[in-house]
Design a protein around this ligand. Structure first.
Ligand code: ADE
Ligand code: ZN
Length: 338
């Protein structure tokens, strides 16, 4: 391990844009299939599910993998594996999307189908807190192209569970922006905010700057991807003025073909413009990356110095939904890291 890699690992980091289902490796699918099938899936059969050539193909692959998580035990194993990997990378806090919309749709909205899954996720979370010193918050993600009614179900479940489970921190909207923007979710976002949930939104990943403006207009507190903000100087100024954090995902954007190369990714431009940018891995099992690797890539491809990497780690805490006292404590640890 080089000196810079060692420094990156030791930096206390928060990962803020990570889909639980996107962390499930083909080898885990094989293991899960052995529990559920007479004939377990072969590794190459599992690997074939992860192949895609464009963004639509990626979304289909993501859905296919998600639908193979069959019961609470599967979710608990997936969550625990994810948390072990996070801790190994020096991640101390993660805010993790769960595609609750897919869970409901796949189980035909059977009343009470989500609660045992959520209990399993909470077991993994508590174990990670106790054994790994890792804190995890959940963000319930509604797949935006599944209709507003589906999203209502997901967000209201988040509001309901939040009362007894403060780990349910917020809601998000992933899915296909080309099929719907954010405006139809305005009322649901207001309702979620009133229930004390924090609001994140994928915007400007596959669509133009207007989608990001729309996401900001409905109250999104953080923007995922924001790739197309680079096309609009005034939007960059607005994001800067609002101090809206951006959850950037370089490898994701390159692998889904939305960005031609790392060099063309706007990370450096956004950082130099004074935006509050954070590095994230999105779906590490699909994109063969992880958050530690994203820091390495920032160093290698965008010349981020150790001091700038330290600043990106600070940003990950600033942009998190942690209480202020926790943010301050982590930031002082980041400041004093040798
Ligand atoms: N679901 C999982 N990853 C996603 C992404 N990058 N964009 C939209 N929806 C997603
Ligand atoms: Zn995402």
């Amino acid at each position: 391990m080089t000196a810079i890699e060692d420094f990156i690992r030791r930096l206390p980091k928060a990962e803020l844009h990570l889909h639980l289902e996107g962390t499930v490796l083909p080898s885990t699918l094989v293991e899960l299939s052995a529990r559920h099938r007479g004939r377990p899936m072969a590794l190459d059969e599992a690997e074939a599910l992860y192949r895609f050539t464009d963004f639509t193909g990626f979304l289909n692959a993501f859905k296919a993998v998600t639908e193979l998580l069959a019961d609470p035990g599967d979710y608990e194993l997936a969550a625990w594996r994810m948390m072990e990997r996070l801790a190994e990378q020096g991640v101390v806090h993660a805010e993790v999307f769960v595609s609750v919309g897919v869970i409901y749709l796949w189980r035909k909205h059977k009343e009470g189908c989500f609660e045992p899954i959520f209990a399993a996720l909470e077991r993994a979370r508590q174990r990670a807190e106790d054994e790994l010193g890792l804190s995890v918050y959940w963000i319930f993600d509604a797949v935006r192209h599944f209709t507003v009614e589906e999203a209502a179900r997901v967000f209201r479940k988040a509001a309901e569970l939040k009362a007894a489970h403060p780990s349910v921190i917020g809601i998000g909207l992933g899915g296909d922006e080309r099929r719907t923007g954010s405006e139809p979710f305005r009322t649901l976002f207001a309702e979620a905010r009133a229930a004390g949930l924090r609001l994140t939104n994928h915007a400007g990943e596959t669509t133009g700057p207007e989608a990001i403006r729309e996401a900001l207009r409905i109250g999104s507190e953080r923007i995922g991807h924001a790739l197309s903000a680079q096309r609009d100087f005034y939007l960059i100024e607005e994001i800067k003025e609002r101090r809206t954090p951006l959850e950037l995902n370089m490898t994701s954007n390159v692998r889904t073909g939305l960005c031609r190369s790392y060099a063309e990714h706007p990370l450096r431009r956004y950082y130099d413009a004074g935006l509050l940018v954070t590095l994230n891995s999105d779906d590490p099992a699909f994109f063969a990356s992880d958050v530690e690797n994203e820091y390495r890539l920032a160093h290698r491809n965008h010349g981020f110095t150790p001091e700038e990497l330290r600043d990106l780690a600070r940003n990950s805490m600033r942009a998190s939904f942690l209480p202020e006292a926790k943010k301050t404590a982590w930031i002082s640890q980041i400041d004093s890291l040798q």
